[in-house]
Design a protein around this ligand. Structure first.
Ligand code: PMP
Length: 422
């Protein structure tokens, strides 16, 4: 391991973060568990940043991919018809809730957002975009430009004029401590003011995550997207819902995060969980917007036979096993259990379904809890604008017993950190 770390440091750029004081190499996985190169087993509550929707080594997904590989066609150009690509697009269009939906596949969430921004700016013939503070939308020039978190801004240059709305962080800033009703009123005023003061011509779109993922699972009250959309509609501005983390039933109560808000976006982007590890992402939108591009466009790997074979198997599994309901049921065990933890280092437990954040008092405590979990066999994530959130996004088919096992490890880490602080 030391040698691999040394080699990593010798050849990869220093701005690539690696988790843990002693980084681990994961070599095998089954269900919600992984094993590292030292033979240590962990319960994985982060799943490659909410990518592992079904856990590791799912027979249905493995068989679908193997079946495709056996045809000899690991890849053809997307210039030819690909049966499973069309099938998956039909399923996603139907599930999206967007009327008259068209689907374009990409390889990553970043590219999906890039495509959405291109579609919206083209449809509106405007390069002015609204985004939200504390957001994360990707790592290309356009998506960094709409990412409201300086730590992730590898480049300060953006092709767009971007204005940022106030964020969903309800522990800090001007929205701190507001009731839901007052929050929604303040958010509406904020949007109206930004629209009135933005000087760069018409606005193309607002891009927002229903729950901010990298931002630490923060969100405004349910209904926020509706309040925003009513105002956006007055100005013809499109709404893009970035569902890269909140899609596929992750939030338990709905299939998409936007559905908690009683409104339908014009465009929706997806990634991560649909591939359960395979590179698969895309954008869904109303035909009117999706058909607005002038030229032709193409992606060599977007929606290729292997990743869409995997995507169909993953989506069929999620629907057939009603994993949205499992996320709600098992997520409630985790949320209730964490809310019952009595530790002075915990500021807030938040989230929905199997997307759960624990906000802690400071970075040192967050790192201590993060490392203690690993020591005791639980992998979690961390994040938030201030690096003070423990983030969890376990597989959507996590069992109740696995939830309780992870809960026990995290509870003892939080309790120990609380005693140390006292
Ligand atoms: N949007 C959101 C909400 C994300 O969380 C991420 C990834 N963390 C992205 C977009 C970018 O996705 P990718 O890393 O697949 O490019």
């Amino acid at each position: 391991m030391d040698d691999l770390l040394r080699r990593h440091r010798g050849v990869m750029p220093s701005w690539m973060p690696i988790y843990y004081a002693e980084p681990i190499e994961l070599v095998t996985g089954k269900g919600a568990r992984v094993t590292d190169s030292n033979g240590r087993s962990y319960l994985d509550f982060f799943g490659g940043v909410l990518t592992n929707s079904l856990g590791y080594d799912v027979p249905e997904v493995r068989e679908a991919v193997e079946r495709q590989l056996r045809t000899g066609i690991a890849h053809t150009s997307t210039l030819y018809l690909i049966r499973q690509q069309v099938e998956l697009a039909e399923k996603i269009a139907r599930l999206s809730g967007i009327p008259d939906a068209r689907v374009f596949f990409t390889n990553s969430g970043t590219e999906a957002n890039e495509a959405a921004l291109q579609l919206a700016t083209n449809a509106r013939q405007s390069s002015t975009i609204l985004a939200v503070r504390n957001s994360y939308h990707g790592r290309t020039a356009a998506t960094i430009g709409v990412t409201g978190n300086r730590a992730w801004s590898a480049s300060p240059l953006s092709p767009f004029n971007v204005s940022y709305l106030h964020s969903g962080d309800r522990l800090r800033g001007v929205l701190k401590g507001l009731s839901d009703e007052d929050y929604l009123r303040a958010a509406a005023e904020d949007l109206r003011e930004v629209l009135a003061t933005t000087t760069a011509g018409p606005v193309a779109c607002l891009i927002a995550e229903p729950i901010q993922g990298v931002g630490g699972f923060t969100s405004g009250p349910d209904g926020l997207l509706r309040v925003w959309k009513e105002i956006l509609d007055e100005h013809g501005v499109l709404l893009v819902s970035d569902e890269v983390q909140t899609g596929w039933g992750r939030t338990g109560e709905h299939f998409w995060g936007y559905q908690a808000h009683g409104v339908t976006p014009d465009l929706l982007t997806f990634a991560k969980g649909i591939g359960n590890g395979f590179a698969l992402a895309g954008v869904v939108g109303r035909a009117e917007v999706m058909e607005s591009v002038q030229g032709i466009s193409f992606s060599t790997f977007g929606g290729n036979p292997i990743s869409t074979a995997a995507g169909n198997a993953v989506l069929d599994y999620i629907v057939a096993h009603d994993l949205q309901a499992n996320a709600a049921r098992v997520g409630a065990i985790l949320l209730d259990g964490l809310r019952a933890v009595d530790s002075p280092v915990v500021l807030e437990v938040r989230g929905k379904g199997l997307m759960i954040g624990v906000e802690l008092v400071d970075v040192a405590t967050t790192n201590a809890v993060f490392e203690a979990c690993k020591r005791d066999g639980l992998l979690v994530g961390k994040g938030g604008l201030y690096g003070t959130t423990i983030r969890m996004g376990p597989p959507l088919n996590l069992s109740e017993a696995e939830a309780r096992e992870g809960l026990e490890i995290l509870t003892s880490a939080l309790t120990a950190a609380g005693s140390a602080s006292g």
